[in-house]
Design a protein around this ligand. Structure first.
Ligand SMILES: O=P(O)(O)O[C@H]1[C@H](O)[C@@H](O)[C@H](O)[C@H](O)[C@@H]1O
Ligand SMILES: [Mg+2]
Length: 283
């Protein structure tokens, strides 16, 4: 029973690798860019095609109806984004689409699996760097099969923090995001960074390259796989108000340690965001 999901975990790693190869190949030819919610919210044919490949492979392996699927592009096309007790795959085919379009070298495939609303495993394949991050609950976190661990820095002044600004450019939100960044920078910390993909950012905390990452406005598919990886690497995962992490809340902070997390939380200016599982608004 303990190994119930091992096969699914191994399969997810292979599917992520195959998806990453597709993304790498697609990046070598011309990329056709379209927009979603705004002119800076990009999507490509590759996002859609790779999501179909991933979900198609999983359905072929595990059956059409036994499992549920939450995928970034499927949700964009009107599929529900509800996490039930059924075994559920949570997929971002291309995390860092803007990077992909520009050739900025951080693009990840993110695949997570939850049962009874609990995350069982997560796989993040940073495909341009060829780094396969993976973790299964209770079994440790790995990068290319080497065990990874968060950093042991507890002094905020010796930390590097990752923050992203997302794709919502409403002036009030951008002001809050930059005000938060300014306050954190002036604590002071060693530096502020951002790879442009939430999944990769979480893995950077998991390997100890940086101490924390927070963002408001992300979606469940950006962070579900990273959530398992960070916890298995010894890190913590919280809501930006310090409360418990909520996968569907569109916000989170991950850190190597609660001392670092609490210090950053003090500076975060929270703004509202519509939950991923909010009822679909009819126009
Ligand atoms: O849309 P994709 O899948 O590329 O993902 C998002 C990133 O993961 C965010 O951190 C980032 O801040 C952006 O919101 C970006 O949209
Ligand atoms: Mg994403």
């Amino acid at each position: 029973v303990d190994d119930m999901w091992q096969k699914a975990y191994d399969f997810a790693v292979e599917v992520a690798r195959k998806a990453g190869e597709e993304i790498r190949k697609a990046g070598e030819s011309e990329i056709k860019v379209m927009t979603k919610s705004s002119s800076v919210d990009l999507v490509t044919k590759t996002d859609e095609r790779v999501e179909k490949i991933i979900i198609g492979s999983l359905k072929e392996e595990f059956g059409e109806d036994a499992h549920c699927f939450i995928g970034e592009e499927s949700v964009e096309n009107g599929e529900p984004c509800i996490l039930s007790d059924k075994p559920t795959w949570i997929i971002d085919p291309v995390d860092g689409t803007t990077n992909f379009v520009h050739g900025f070298p951080f693009v990840a495939v993110s695949i997570a699996f939850a049962v009874n609303k609990e995350l069982e495993f997560g796989v993040v394949y940073s495909c341009l760097e060829d780094k396969m991050y993976k973790a299964r609950r209770g079994k440790g976190a790995f990068c290319n099969d080497e065990k990874i661990q968060v950093s042991d820095v507890k002094d905020i002044h010796k930390s590097i923090i990752i923050s992203e600004h997302g794709t919502d450019r409403s002036p009030e939100k951008v002001t809050k995001i930059f005000s938060t960044m300014q306050k954190i920078l002036c604590i002071p910390v060693h530096g502020l960074r951002g790879s442009g993909t939430a999944a990769t950012n979480m893995c950077l905390v998991a390997t100890g390259a940086v101490e924390a990452f927070f963002e408001i406005g992300i979606h469940c598919w950006d962070i579900a796989a990273g959530a398992v990886i960070i916890q298995e690497a010894g890190g913590i995962l919280l809501d930006v108000d310090g409360g418990p992490f909520d996968l569907m809340s569109r916000r989170m902070i991950v850190a190597n340690d609660k001392i670092i997390a609490r210090r950053i939380i003090q500076e975060i200016e929270i703004f509202p965001s519509l939950r991923d599982d909010a009822p679909i608004q009819k126009h």
